[in-house]
Ligand binder design. Structure first.
Ligand code: BEZ
Length: 345
């Protein structure tokens, strides 16, 4: 496994008082499916997993995760973890366009590249955060390497292969729409697209004028050719770690995420919508034993009271089974019955 490139950059995010700038370091490693680039923020913390992110189609780690990771409320969480942000091959900033005929890795092969990254960094376990195609990749990785995944946050996941109806719709759309419009249709709802807000215009512009649009199309094709993850609740093919499922309001994948939720272990799975993401993530980590309740800001502690209908926050929980979903109510519960924290969606 040869290292190809290593670039050190100093991150420009606004600093909190008393904070020193974090150094971000970009690396590339060679894998059986080609090279993969990833950027590491922070320093490894003893006895803690790394947070590893995987972005969606049409984006890279920065355009996908910068808004979340630079959100003020996220700072007290992420300072406790080293973060590894993976760019799918050809999606890193300045990536050259792959030559014609290049065989882009399948999503399963993208998942198979992750052990090379962890081995290179000498990290043994992760908490994964994935969006869309990235959520699929991390789920596949967790199915094949369950002992190395302590938790997963899966945003807008569709665990199913495309059925023939989806293919027919996809082909029809392809007759009238450009690749960039099809990808926008994957990232945003029709309502959001027709609203054409500044955010939509920004992403439309980024994707339509991306110098690596041909590479993006290859990742898009791999996503559309994904196989079924075949989650079966109570079966062998299910995620063993705590999972936080997140779906956007009006997201195109809402039904798929709801169905996914029905196939995962309800004692290990939480389900929520994004307004509460940062706070829910904090409780998720806390439930795994990684955030003492004393680390929670007064603000978030007081917000908890207004968020919860039946709140009892127990900071001494065991690592597993903390945030569990009450499927029927669409609420997020923490801990065994009687120790329930609910976040209304
Ligand atoms: C981070 O702090 O992990 C981060 C910073 C910028 C972009 C994405 C992530």
């Amino acid at each position: 496994m040869a290292e190809l490139r290593e670039v050190q950059i100093t991150e420009e995010k606004p600093l909190l008082p008393g904070q020193t700038p974090e150094v971000a370091k970009t690396h590339s490693v060679e894998t059986p499916y080609g090279s993969v680039t990833f950027t590491v923020y922070g320093t490894p913390k003893p006895k803690r997993p790394a947070i590893l992110t995987y972005h969606d189609v049409g984006l890279n780690y920065k355009s996908c995760f910068q808004p979340l990771f630079q959100f003020a409320d996220m700072q007290e969480i992420i300072q406790n973890f080293v973060r590894v942000h993976v760019d799918a091959p050809g999606m890193e900033e300045g990536a050259p366009v792959f030559p014609l005929g290049y065989q882009y890795p399948s999503l399963d092969q993208l998942a198979d590249m992750i052990p090379c990254i962890l081995q290179y960094l000498n990290f043994s376990t992760i908490i994964g955060i994935g969006v869309g195609a990235g959520a699929y990749v991390l789920s596949r990785y967790a199915l094949t390497h369950p002992d190395t995944v302590e938790g997963l946050v899966l945003i807008n996941i569709d665990p199913n292969a495309k059925g023939w109806m989806d293919w027919a719709a996809h082909k029809l759309t392809g007759l009238t729409s450009s690749i960039s419009e099809m990808i926008l249709g994957h990232l945003f709802s029709q309502e959001e697209l027709s609203g054409n807000s500044e955010l939509i215009q920004k992403y439309r512009n980024i994707i339509a004028h991306a110098p690596n649009l041909d590479n993006i199309e290859l990742y898009w094709n791999s996503y559309n050719n994904r196989r079924d993850l075949n989650f079966v609740r109570g079966g062998d093919t299910t995620l063993k770690c705590p999972v936080m499922l997140v779906v956007g309001d009006q997201a195109p994948h809402e039904d798929a995420v709801v169905e996914c939720n029905s196939k995962l272990d309800p004692t290990q799975t939480s389900f929520l919508k994004p307004g509460k993401l940062t706070e829910a993530f904090k409780y998720f980590l806390q439930g795994m034993g990684y955030m003492a309740s004393s680390c929670m800001t007064r603000l978030s502690r007081s917000r908890t009271a207004s968020l919860t209908s039946a709140a009892s926050i127990d900071g001494n929980r065991s690592r597993s089974r903390t945030l569990s979903q009450s499927s029927e109510s669409g609420t997020l519960s923490s801990g065994p019955p009687g120790h329930t924290m609910e976040v209304s969606c």
